[in-house]
Design a protein around this ligand. Structure first.
Ligand SMILES: [Zn+2]
Length: 157
């Protein structure tokens, strides 16, 4: 009897550990010229980490360095789930896309996607970074990564 109980626990452990664990997902390179997904540090417009101050609000995403006009890549196999914008008032960088893949739902802001639906394989082009310098002169231009539930994306980088 004791043997069966032990076997049962062993089986349970194997089943649990073989499930897809989204917490172990790592983003592949998001932007041309930044193969290591280097994060935006602080500049005169603010800091790039999750939770950084934005006036009375908080930064609910993580900023990955990316030059204006650079190519933005799928960080893993993804599904494109439509347009997602950062601002209620329009400006030159008010575009982006909602994505899902690897059990995650997230948004990328400040990019002009080539399209807003369909699927892409890891490393394929999503679009291009919009002209951030024209809106925030002197900022470290970047892609803003935000989870759909506004949780911290940093563990995936
Ligand atoms: Zn940001």
């Amino acid at each position: 009897m004791r043997l069966y109980i032990h076997f049962g626990f062993l089986l349970l452990a194997v089943i649990c550990s073989s499930r897809v664990d989204a917490s172990q997902v790592t983003f592949g390179s998001l932007c041309s010229g930044n193969s290591s997904n280097r994060k935006r540090e602080c500049d005169k417009h603010g800091c790039g980490q999750y939770g950084a101050g934005r006036g009375s609000r908080k930064h609910m995403g993580l900023d990955i360095v990316c030059a204006d006009g650079a190519t933005v890549y799928a960080p893993f196999d993804v599904k494109l789930n439509g347009k997602a914008v950062p601002y209620t008032e329009n400006n030159a960088i008010n575009d982006g896309i909602s994505l899902s893949g690897e059990g995650l739902c997230f948004k990328l802001f400040y990019i002009k996607p080539d399209r807003y639906s369909g699927t892409l394989k890891k490393g394929q082009k999503i679009g291009s970074l919009l002209p951030m310098q024209s809106v925030y002169p002197g900022i470290t231009s970047h892609v803003h990564v935000q989870m759909c539930d506004k949780s911290d994306p940093t563990p995936y980088f």
